[in-house]
Write a new protein. Structure first.
Length: 229
């Protein structure tokens, strides 16, 4: 409910400018995403209903272009990106989603075919590897990090990659990236994802299609496609 009121503030530039730093700080907290359903009861359904938004089509285009079959999203919420892929990809695919919010994961579980999907609110390597073994695969074809790595420290990202990168082939990162310096707006910080994902080869780096909320977003919101042999 609180964030519904904030959306109305955008009509009034002064109020919006005053409250934006506060809300940005809240939204950059992992606790906000873990417990968001407590103060926004329609979060899961509303988020998934956004699956047809133009920017999400990029994921389906990559899946189709490279004939990918196993897709994993870290920080999937209720699955709008994965639903976009499911609706726009004709070949048989398997979807894996992880999110720290159990409520949105339960919503996603009810929305996708159990035979072709796995949704987790606790990410454990053994569970992912067991699922891959079940579908006779050793790799995840595409891993998506859509505006989620900004919530993690560099050490947390490195630890995740140390444990999981051997499974990853293609990776898409849509986040605040800067190769030359750390830029900041409130609680938002850029990271050098080309350095953090140094074991991967760069295919493309372009501007994100997320909504631009400020000069910081305009200059640093990037979409990166990587590949690891």
């Amino acid at each position: 409910m609180l964030f519904k009121y904030y959306s109305h503030f955008k009509k009034y530039k002064l109020l919006h400018s005053l409250f934006r730093p506060i809300f940005n700080k809240i939204k950059s907290s992992k606790s906000f995403w873990r417990y968001r359903h407590f103060f926004d009861s329609e979060f899961a359904s509303g988020y998934q209903s956004d699956y047809a938004t133009k920017r999400r089509n990029y994921y389906s285009e990559i899946v189709n272009k490279y004939s990918l079959k196993i897709i994993f999203e870290y920080g999937c919420a209720s699955g709008p990106n994965l639903k976009n892929i499911k609706e726009n990809v004709k070949q048989n695919i398997h979807l894996i989603g992880f999110d720290i919010n159990p409520s949105v994961i339960n919503y996603a579980k009810k929305s996708f075919d159990k035979k072709n999907s796995l949704f987790l609110d606790k990410l454990e390597l053994i569970k992912v590897e067991n699922y891959l073994s079940k579908i006779d695969s050793e790799k995840i074809d595409l891993t998506i990090f859509d505006r989620v790595l900004c919530l993690l420290s560099e050490d947390q990202i490195k630890n995740h990659l140390k444990e999981f990168k051997h499974l990853y082939r293609y990776v898409i990162i849509d986040d605040f990236h800067n190769s030359y310096a750390v830029k900041q707006e409130g609680s938002w910080l850029t990271k050098n994802y080309l350095e953090l994902f140094g074991d991967f080869n760069l295919i493309s780096l372009e501007n994100s299609e997320h909504k631009i909320n400020s000069k910081f977003f305009e200059e640093n919101a990037k979409r990166i496609l990587l590949y690891k042999k």
